[in-house]
Design a protein around this ligand. Structure first.
Ligand code: GLP
Length: 261
């Protein structure tokens, strides 16, 4: 696992956007796994700026969703499908056809989950999966004690996650669905490169447990330790509880630029 400490969220966004641009230059039809929440927004803004300036051609890029609420009406502005279309697909100038996600309104939820895992595999697998992290250490919507081998499936949100996400629903927790579909931890680990961005002191404890704690289902993000190419990008606040921060800083400072992330 590589840990990169950046000054702030904007710097994290630039760094990761550049890694995504480099991937698209090598593989123009790369499948980019995107995350929702507020943390990754600087990445999408920085990548869209590179597309607008001509620094990278994203016209053949493909985008896939990490997770989705169950039961929101089609077109609800806070369904993750709507968020990804608004924040990623449209700013990059992609068509809805280049985008895939699980069907959160399917009658057969389990069937929709299995179909999504199959679709990811049929698409050749995810090249780069962006991840945020919940305050309880969740990735996607894999809440604590999710199986580290889990596949895409339905999950029940913790009260903490529903409180955290109520801000997207006008602060009204009653509007936050209880159930979600999420790529499983086993599914996430199949992506070729995992890039987790965490910003702010509120994520510091979860980041410390993810990076320096044991691999444990109670901290789902700790599964990144099992992946051969996992990058954790943190700002100073999110890095504030890392005991090995001096080592991570020195290692990254000495890294040759050509290696990228
Ligand atoms: N399912 C999403 C996660 O993918 C995201 O990482 C998390 C943190 O969101 P934020 O970045 O807004 O803190 O929120 C939700 O739970």
């Amino acid at each position: 696992m590589e840990v990169v400490i950046v000054p702030d969220a904007a710097a994290g966004g630039e760094l990761i956007a550049e890694a995504m641009a480099a991937l698209l230059r090598r593989k123009p039809d790369a499948l980019l796994g995107v995350a929702t929440g507020s943390t990754p927004l600087p990445i999408y803004q920085a990548l869209a700026a590179r597309v607008r300036s001509g620094a990278v051609d994203a016209s053949r890029a493909r985008v896939c969703q990490l997770d989705e609420y169950v039961g929101l009406p089609a077109g609800h502005p806070e369904s993750y499908r709507s968020v990804v279309l608004r924040e990623v697909v449209e700013p990059l100038g992609l068509s809805a056809g280049s985008f895939m996600g699980p069907d959160g309104s399917a009658d057969d939820v389990q069937g929709a989950c299995e179909a999504y895992d199959a679709a990811l595999s049929d698409a050749g697998g995810v090249d780069l999966q962006l991840l945020g992290i919940g305050t309880d250490g969740h990735i996607g919507f894999n809440e604590p004690c999710s199986s580290l081998a889990s596949r895409t499936r339905i999950k029940t949100l913790t009260d903490q996650t529903r409180v955290d996400n109520a801000r997207f629903f006008g602060g009204d927790i009653a509007q936050v669905p209880h159930h979600v579909i999420t790529q499983g931890i086993g599914t996430i680990l199949e992506a070729r490169h995992l890039v987790l961005l965490a910003t702010g002191e509120g994520k510091a404890e979860a980041v410390a447990q993810t990076v320096e704690g044991p691999v444990a289902a109670v901290v789902p993000a700790s599964a990144l330790q099992l992946h051969p190419h996992a990058t954790v990008v943190v700002d100073e606040g999110a890095a504030s509880k890392l005991k090995l921060a001096p080592y991570f800083r020195a290692t990254y400072a000495a890294k040759p630029a050509w290696q990228g992330l």
